[in-house]
Design a protein around this ligand. Sequence first.
Ligand SMILES: [Zn+2]
Length: 412
Amino acid sequence: MSLNTLIDIVSKKLSITKFQVVESIYNVINISGDRFNEIRYEDVKRLLDGNESLILDEMINLKVIKKMILCECLLTEDSEFIGEEDKICPKCRNSIRDNNHEVYDYYLLDRNEKEQIIFLLNSLAEEEYITEFTRGNFKDLIRKKDFIIPFIGSGVSIPLNLPSWGEMIRNLKSELEAPLIPAFTRYVDTGNYLKALSFLEENTLLDKELIKEKIVDEFEKIPKDVLYQNDNNYVDLYNMNSKFYITTNYDNLLTDYISKKEPSVSVAYTWKDIINMQNFLRENKKRVLHIHGHIQKTDTMIVTEEDYKNLYQNTSIKDNLLGIMGTNNLLFIGFSFNDEFFKMLYKDITSSIKGNHYILLPNVTMDKAKKIMEDAPGLRVIGLNIKTDCEGKYIQQDFVQAVRTVLKQLII
Ligand SMILES: [Zn+2]
């Protein structure tokens, strides 16, 4: 009861939503811990911002965090927390003020309150971030969490302030003669990335190797510590504990993150390594499968339509994918359904892997979701409510939080 009162009071006092209040409460208890003394209280206050500091004091006022006394009984050599008004030692039944007792003031958050806070945070996050008419799909996704394999697109890297794949390709337009630029830009705008790259190959002095070099150059500009500079979802993908990950990205950000956490386990895989599929499936090493290659093995990189067609028509990748999927379901993150690239990829991948798959899409409308279901059989949309800035661009921090809300429910 007191937790709800706390949320109401703080929400009114600070004019913020209940979700924001609970988020702040959660931050506060992460910093303070479940029990702390007066000295630590002062330290904690210094670490909190103004709103959080007010929240901590309200939590104490409303006894969500209770003031307790730690009573150390020298007679029984035992100790116990007692209420701040209690005067009798529960161990020996003597007064706690006599010479056989040492008492310390403490603040305690009990386990039930903590669980309640986490429960509220998850349910309010769901209300905040998951589009209402897609919550059934979200529940369905959670039920299947043991079988979900994340399938990661370049959108996951945008909160790191990295250019998207589309932007990287767009930057190559200077290689073209002016009259050809509008056609090229149109391909990029509609997400026809491979077509755009084929167009470059045909109409510029760039050959396939040079195009790959240009792409690698772009990725090499990424600072090594980029994952630690900005909040992002790679940490959540790691926390999911998925058996493995699939990506169309060329960069090694996820592999780098996983290898840093678990130095012995993770090596990036490419479609050329798939020969050892049985091992891949059994080892459970959180490997990242770059189905379109990656920048350290440029010979594996799929950069033109021709490469793509070759991969899906002339190699055994579809059979292999079928093998590794088995009964798993894919969760597409960081793709846009406006991209011709994604539509083509989904069709090629799921033509052999039946069943339901899921896609996270920002600010999707009902009409759009219905259209996607028609165009991509078996694909279930989970809409994310993402705030936009005055130019209509997604607020990246909000995107990270929304994806996090989903991934937190999939931890196995
Ligand atoms: Zn005692």
